[in-house]
Design a protein around this ligand. Structure first.
Ligand code: IMP
Ligand code: MG
Length: 227
């Protein structure tokens, strides 16, 4: 009797493991009419406009993706039988713009924190990862939601999942705005965020928090960088 009850309680505390993807835009690669689009964004510095090969996700696209992903998270967190508290961990600096929009659509109480990871690619094909800024709060027994900008080779998310699980949270969910799934390294083939906004083609993207050596994070849309 207790065994069954225990199993049900356990089931209710395990995050949804079926990864949620709002949209896979790889087949269409619907780059908008960039010149026309940029004319509507007179806040984009001229010098940036000439660095953009195409706009991949408009502000509207991003808004729709965040609506869908946040609805899923709200639903899953509501179904937690009980929680000692939710901590939203933003992965700096790329996810800060996404995270600030996402958190304003979450309908449950949470604390905010951040973590920064750097990767070093040596001659080895496997990168080595290091925490540059540690999570400040204790997440022991808490329900943690990690917010990432993009999953590329999968190394950073793999590292973060192991790093955070070592701190014994009650549960761990991962959210990524973007996933360049075609770029996943074979050893990280199993790595996927629990919630993904958009699966995108293999292209270097900038804007909406994503950078190229620190630049372009303030663009209000996601664009493909001109080579
Ligand atoms: P991964 O460890 O290869 O999955 O890379 C993840 C990190 O690399 C992300 O958190 C980003 O900071 C960065 N990154 C990967 N692809 C892009 C891109 O297209 N534009 C900007 N940053 C990227
Ligand atoms: Mg990053």
């Amino acid at each position: 009797m207790f065994g069954w009850f225990g199993l049900v309680v356990l089931f209710m505390t395990i995050p949804a493991r079926e990864p949620y993807v709002f949209a896979d835009i790889r087949p269409t690669l619907a780059i908008l009419d960039t010149q026309n689009y940029l004319r509507q964004h007179d806040s984009v510095p001229e010098v940036y406009a000439s660095d953009i090969a195409g706009v991949l996700l408009s502000e509207g696209d991003i808004r729709n993706g965040i609506s869908a992903v946040s609805a899923r998270i709200n639903q899953d967190v509501r179904s937690l039988s009980k929680s000692a508290g939710v901590v939203l961990v933003t992965v700096l600096h790329g996810a800060m713009v996404f995270s600030s929009d996402l958190m304003r659509r979450l309908h449950f109480p949470f604390q905010t924190d951040s973590v920064a990871v750097s990767s070093y690619e040596g001659t080895e094909s496997t990168g080595s990862y290091q925490v540059k800024k540690e999570i400040g709060y204790s997440i022991l027994g808490k329900d943690v939601i990690v917010v990432e900008d993009i999953v590329d080779t999968g190394g950073t998310l793999d590292f973060l999942i192991r790093h955070i699980n070592a701190k014994n949270p009650a549960s761990l969910r991962t959210v990524a705005l973007l996933d360049k799934i075609d770029r996943r390294k074979p050893q990280f083939a199993h790595i996927k965020a629990d919630y993904t906004g958009f699966v995108i083609p293999d292209a270097f993207v900038i804007g909406y928090g994503l950078d190229y050596v620190g630049h372009y994070r303030g663009l209000p849309f996601v664009a493909v960088k001109k080579k």
